[in-house]
Design a protein around this ligand. Sequence first.
Ligand code: DQA
Length: 142
Amino acid sequence: MKLLLLNGPNLNLLGTREPEKYGTKTFEDYFSELQFKFRKIELSYDQTNIEGELIDKIQQARQIYDGIILNAAAYTHTSVGIGDAVAAIDIPVVEVHISNTFSREEFRHRSYISPNAKGVIVGFGLQSYELAIHSFLNDADE
Ligand code: DQA
């Protein structure tokens, strides 16, 4: 099982970015913990601040991975192109958000990813990613 954790804009700043919303841990530190916890599966992590690069990475992932755990961050709420990329590929995409986007501003309530996602996990802090990994697994795989 090979899964790609793919983060969009500003998530490279996790740890120092608005810690009251996103916590104080860097994604790199969290990712190391995930790799240890789920050592029987192959986890990869990538991040970009650029919309077209997210589209490229989603397209490329379909040849390599069994699924994508995608936090498109602000582009979730704006990007028809990323939504179309998710629709275009046949590997499952689980959409995640660290914060509960539905308890925040109205513009964060819309997602262009959700209609084509396998599922959506929102608001559990960094644990949202872990819950998404579980959604791909049977207990025997962990
Ligand atoms: C986010 C929520 C988005 O609304 C925001 O633009 C982000 C992070 C989250 O994980 O909570 O950058 O995707």
